[in-house]
Design a protein around this ligand. Structure first.
Ligand code: AMP
Length: 193
């Protein structure tokens, strides 16, 4: 089982690219944002707790997100060809927990691809998306906070994977197809095709 992390700030195209890669390689796309939005939509206790953080653009507590991923791995690990994680891990504690959960099952993260897009372009994309997404966190105030949270809490996760020699930097500006082609080169390097 191959495990890939698609890393990058909000608006860098992780969701779009993760969907394409999941389809192409037959991997399961795991977006913690989507999983949390589904809990919010179903008004579960977890969703009601998560919503207060999400609306402001803050991170949902590690224990909640790690628990969700732990359940998913218990359910699916070994039964799918691979996972492509999108929006997770977002803190070093989450990255450490993911390593531990995978190691317990004799798996590992094979590759982390980090999409790079400058802040002005990210804000522009997220404001545009907000006009159609209906997402309560695609407003300018929450967007600005999400970028600050990314810099403070999430960016260090790149160093965590760089230290493990698993990180590849990818330019996230250009056509979806061109960016996808670069990502596929990296994925091919770990699936051996
Ligand atoms: P996303 O769809 O990935 O942009 O995530 C939307 C929101 O869900 C984030 O701003 C956080 O509030 C929450 N969220 C998603 N993934 C995580 C995570 N791995 N850790 C903490 N909060 C998360």
């Amino acid at each position: 089982m191959i495990n890939i992390v698609l890393f990058g700030p909000p608006g860098s195209g992780k969701g779009t690219q993760a969907k394409i890669l999941a389809e192409k390689y037959g991997f399961q796309h795991v977006s913690t944002g989507d999983l949390l939005r589904s809990e919010v939509g179903n008004e579960t206790p977890l969703g009601l707790e998560a919503k207060t953080y999400m609306d402001k653009g803050d991170l949902v507590p590690d224990v909640v997100v790690i628990g969700m991923i732990g359940n998913l791995l218990d359910d699916k690990a070994g039964k799918v060809k691979g996972f492509i994680f999108d929006g997770f891990p977002r803190t070093v504690a989450q990255a450490e927990a993911l390593d531990k959960l995978l190691t317990e099952k004799s798996y590992q993260i094979n590759k982390v691809m980090s999409l790079h897009v400058d802040d002005d372009e990210l804000v522009r994309r997220l404001v545009e998306r907000g006009k159609v997404s209906g997402r309560s966190d695609d407003n300018e105030e929450a967007i600005r906070n999400r970028l600050v949270v990314y810099g403070d809490n999430t960016a260090p996760v790149a160093d965590y994977y760089a230290d493990q020699l698993k990180l590849s930097d990818v330019v996230g500006v250009g056509s979806i197809d061109d960016i996808n082609a670069v990502l596929c080169e990296h994925v091919n390097g770990v699936v051996g095709s």
